[in-house]
Design a protein around this ligand. Structure first.
Ligand code: AMP
Ligand code: ZN
Length: 120
């Protein structure tokens, strides 16, 4: 994996990663950044994003899938750090039909309560 970052100048989450827009950071390493969702849907609601501009799950391919694997390693670390020992949900909305509002790949970590009815 490369440390070279590929930003999109008009992307909200790229601006957050660069520090141009403030965020509540909970985790950062060479490849990913995690911060609290501004509109939390659970006591713990964290967004985990790659430090390179990938639009959505639909753009995951052989060249960047190792980075996605790394994001899931980070998700496990973050969940432990947040004390989500009783479980949590990981969600990625992909494209308009799933209601994706920010076109930079992100995984929601939701937990800290019984997450209720499952979607699937
Ligand atoms: P999605 O709808 O799956 O694309 O998720 C985008 C998420 O980004 C939503 O849950 C928003 O609440 C969250 N969000 C939007 N702007 C910000 C921001 N400036 N800081 C933190 N979270 C944000
Ligand atoms: Zn971006």
């Amino acid at each position: 994996m490369s440390d070279v970052l590929n930003y999109n100048d008009s992307c909200l989450f790229c601006k957050i990663i660069k520090g141009e827009i403030p965020s509540s950071k909970v985790y950062e390493d060479s490849f990913c950044y995690a911060f609290k969702d501004i509109n939390p849907q659970a006591p713990v609601h964290i967004l985990v994003v790659p430090k390179t501009h990938i639009v959505s799950c639909a753009e995951i391919d052989r060249k960047n899938s190792a980075l996605v694997g790394h994001l899931f390693e980070a998700i496990a670390v973050i969940a432990r750090e947040q004390g989500l020992d009783n479980g949590y949900r990981v969600i990625s909305n992909c494209g308009p039909d799933a209601g994706q509002t920010v076109p930079h790949l992100h995984f929601h970590i939701l937990g800290g309560k019984d997450m209720g009815e499952k979607l699937v």
